[in-house]
Design a protein around this ligand. Structure first.
Ligand code: SAH
Length: 263
């Protein structure tokens, strides 16, 4: 289970926090660190703060965007010190660890996403996550240092991995109560489907691209909540293509009719 999890840090501004995160991870048996457009270097301070977890720093993957960092993940969790605009599935760290174990049992990659020291994650970034996790802190002082938040989350992941005997037992408690026939869709596959859906909605005149409101955020929330598998994505996309073809042939027929009228 622990090998399936990647810790994603977005726009981190302090080298020391990257080092401390690596140490927190290694203590708990995690090793995949992804830095999204870091604003700090992996310098001497980072190495010192990592104690002897330098290997994690050297192996860290750097990406330009969060989308890129989570593209192949089937379960993505965003951590936040405070609640945001539209309600989103919210877990505590322990509930999150149970879901992570189930997703790992389905061979999925999992991303735990952590925000900027100054401002956390944006609403748009949080919407890319299947669920949010709030570490239950004192309401009047809710914001942890990012590396300490990573420590708490990695500890819960470890507890879930060892208390149930690791990989084997999560496979014994599959996500929907039975062994599933297809793998969970990756973030990139779900994104592809949502873009296809949005285009179809525009094509049929259901969605006005100039005033989209929160429609697509709500659709994303719906399909992320469903935990779609790869086959379900294919079926939906097949249906959208059929709708688009139908729409295109209606338009062609309509314009042929108009041309006919004008002669
Ligand atoms: N001032 C920011 C807090 C940033 S703390 C804000 O109000 O959003 C930096 C990061 O640490 C957060 O983005 C989150 O990933 C993590 N973090 C801090 N406190 C947390 C908490 N109580 N629960 C979950 N994550 C937390």
């Amino acid at each position: 289970m622990l090998d399936n999890i990647q810790i994603v840090m977005v726009n981190t501004t302090h080298s020391g926090n990257i080092g401390a995160a690596a140490r927190a991870m290694k203590n708990m048996g995690l090793s995949r660190l992804v830095l999204v457009d870091p604003k700090a270097d992996i310098n001497e301070e980072a190495i010192q703060r990592s104690s002897r977890a330098e290997d994690i720093l050297h192996q860290a993957v750097i990406t330009d965007t969060l989308e890129e960092a989570i593209a192949d993940c089937g379960f993505v969790v965003g951590t936040s010190a405070r609640s945001r605009n539209i309600p989103w599935p919210l877990l505590n760290p322990r509930e999150c660890a149970t879901k992570v174990a189930q997703a790992a049992g389905q061979n999925s990659r999992i991303a735990l996403v952590f925000g900027r020291e100054s401002s956390g994650l944006t609403n748009e970034e949080l919407h890319l996550c299947h669920a949010h996790v709030h570490i239950p802190t004192d309401e009047n002082f809710s914001s942890l240092n990012v590396s300490q938040a990573i420590q708490v989350m990695c500890y819960e992941m470890r507890l879930a991995a060892i208390s149930e005997g690791g990989d084997q037992s999560s496979a014994d408690h599959p996500i929907w109560g039975v062994d599933w026939d297809y793998e969970l869709a990756s973030h990139a596959e779900l994104n592809g489907m949502l873009q296809h859906m949005e285009q179809t909605m525009v094509d049929i005149g259901f969605l006005d691209p100039n005033t989209p409101k929160q429609t697509m955020a709500r659709m994303r929330r719906l399909y992320q909540r469903a935990g779609m598998d790869k086959m379900e994505i294919n079926i939906m996309r097949g249906m959208f293509s059929a709708v688009q073809r139908q729409q295109a042939s209606l338009k062609t027929a309509e314009s042929a009719e108009q041309d006919g009228d004008s002669h």
